[in-house]
Every structure is written in C-alpha cells, then in structure tokens.
Ligand binder design. Sequence first.
Ligand SMILES: NC(=O)c1ccc[n+]([C@@H]2O[C@H](COP(=O)([O-])OP(=O)(O)OC[C@H]3O[C@@H](n4cnc5c(N)ncnc54)[C@H](O)[C@@H]3O)[C@@H](O)[C@H]2O)c1
Length: 275
Amino acid sequence: MSSNWFDLAGRVALVTGAGANGGIGHAIAKAMARFGADLLICDVDVEGAEQTAREVRTLDRRCVAVRCDVGSAEEVLAMFAALDRAFNYIDILVNNVGIGCRSRPEDLSLDDWRRVVAVNLDGTFLCCREAGRRMIRRGQGGSIVNVSSIAGGSALGRGNFVYSVTKGGINQLTRELAVEWSPYQIRVNAIQPAQTLTPAVQRMFDDPRLNTDKLRERLLAGIPLGRFGEPEDIAKAAVFLTSDAAGFITGHLLPVDGGNLALNAGGSRLWPGDE
Ligand SMILES: NC(=O)c1ccc[n+]([C@@H]2O[C@H](COP(=O)([O-])OP(=O)(O)OC[C@H]3O[C@@H](n4cnc5c(N)ncnc54)[C@H](O)[C@@H]3O)[C@@H](O)[C@H]2O)c1
C-alpha cells in the first residue's frame, strides 16, 4: 500500500455529471485527478464535459469526456463501451447525476415521476451494474460512491417529493450492493450532502417563486456549522471513500452536511437571545 492512503494513482474512475457547468461532479473529477486517477467523465452537457476534461489534462491525467444521459440504458451501455475502449478496466465509479422536479405530490404527473426515477434511480442502478460486472470479472475489487442527499434520510418537503424518494432508494441500493458485492471486495458507499453551493442550488436561490432570503435563513438554521457546503467539501469525502483510507468502510451513508442530520427538528445552534 502507498504511504499516501489517499493516493489514487493508476486507478481509473468514472464520474457522471462531471461537466464544468455543474457543481459537485466537476469538483469530484478534478479532486480525483489531483490525487492521481485517470478519468472517464460524462454529462448531457458535452461542452461542459469537454471543459472538465481539458482541466483534468492540465493535471497530467488522462480524461475522456463523453456525452451520456444516464437515464437512457442505451447511452449508459455506450458510455461503458467507450470506457472499455479507452481504459479496459474501472476501479472507481461515482454516480453523481441527480435531478429533481419541484411539485406538490398531489400535482406530480406520472411522466415527471418517471423522468426523475429514470435519471436518479435507473441511471445509478445501470452504472453500478455495468461497473460491478467489470470489477467482478477483473477480480481486483473496486469502489463505488453514490451521491445521495440529506433528502435520502429525512424529508425536505417544499415539493421535493420524487427527488427525496429516489435518494432514499439510492441509500438502500448502496446498502444492498455493499452486501452483495462484498465477496468481490467492491466497496459501495454513499455521500449525503446538505445544501451545497452549486449551479443547481443557485438556480433555486434565483427562483422568483421563492422568498429566497427567508429560505436561505431557514436552511442555514438547520446547519450547525453555519454555512452551506462547497462542492469541494463533497469532493474531499469522495476521495476519502474511494481511496485505501476507507478500505474497511462499505455500506456507509456519509452525511457531509455541517451537522444537519444530527440536529433535531426542535434543536438549534443558537441559544435563546443569540439570534
Ligand atoms: N447541490 C446541493 O445542494 C446538493 C445537495 C444534496 C445532494 N446533491 C446531489 O449532488 C449531485 C450533484 O448535484 P449538483 O448540485 O452538483 O447538480 P448540478 O445540477 O449543478 O450539476 C449536475 C450535472 O449533471 C448533469 N446532468 C444532469 N442530468 C444528467 C443526465 N441525465 N445524464 C448525465 N448528466 C446529467 C448536468 O448537466 C450537470 O453538469 C446530485 O445527485 C444532487 O442530487 C446536491
């Protein structure tokens, strides 16, 4: 084992939704490259993916960018065919893509439900299956990290219904695969971020239908560390979980949330009078 527990040199990682116009996937791809991994990244935003690939190459790592909608089985299979051609093996998979559809549950159409389930759950399943098959065949283990959410373990309300349900599913998918693939030394973990300052969250803060000052204040009140996450906060956890430093960790759902999930609904970081 390397003297650097976090060393990813010589490993091939696939990161979904890693385009430079996104947030967390972009940060994860760059962090993995800084720790030595070679990459295949995908996004529906092909120009964003190519931009990330250029940034990774300046770090002297290989990076192949492909366009892939992870909600399409055909496109996921084509992406893994591209991975086979470029690298012929995979050590690390990060399922980062996640979409939402804000709606009251009673108004949500079946089409919108299916669209979010297809991208978040089918996409995560398909990428895990394809990566798992290759890792099992090669016999050298591997590491999978699913980017879940605090919404996977607690309810958000505010129209996040189908998003939360898929994140709960991703949490259970993570535990099941951790058990099923433990004989092959494939570790499967999830990260549960709290609100993290990415373009997606910025779009929410810019939504004219929301009273965003109040929303920011309320969200921050639920984060004991008193700030929103940065994409690099999530990237650090991804490097840790995929590296040898986490060699005995599998089936774990790691909150990277400034203490959000630790806080009781009636709790507060502030004492009365401190507000
Ligand atoms: N930002 C947060 O506050 C937060 C909190 C908890 C969990 N998360 C989770 O973190 C992950 C990343 O979130 P983000 O805020 O960085 O998102 P983002 O919307 O800023 O970026 C997502 C990236 O994925 C790409 N993408 C979207 N749909 C795709 C598809 N079907 N196939 C391939 N690529 C696709 C987008 O083009 C974009 O580049 C998501 O799973 C999200 O649910 C985010």
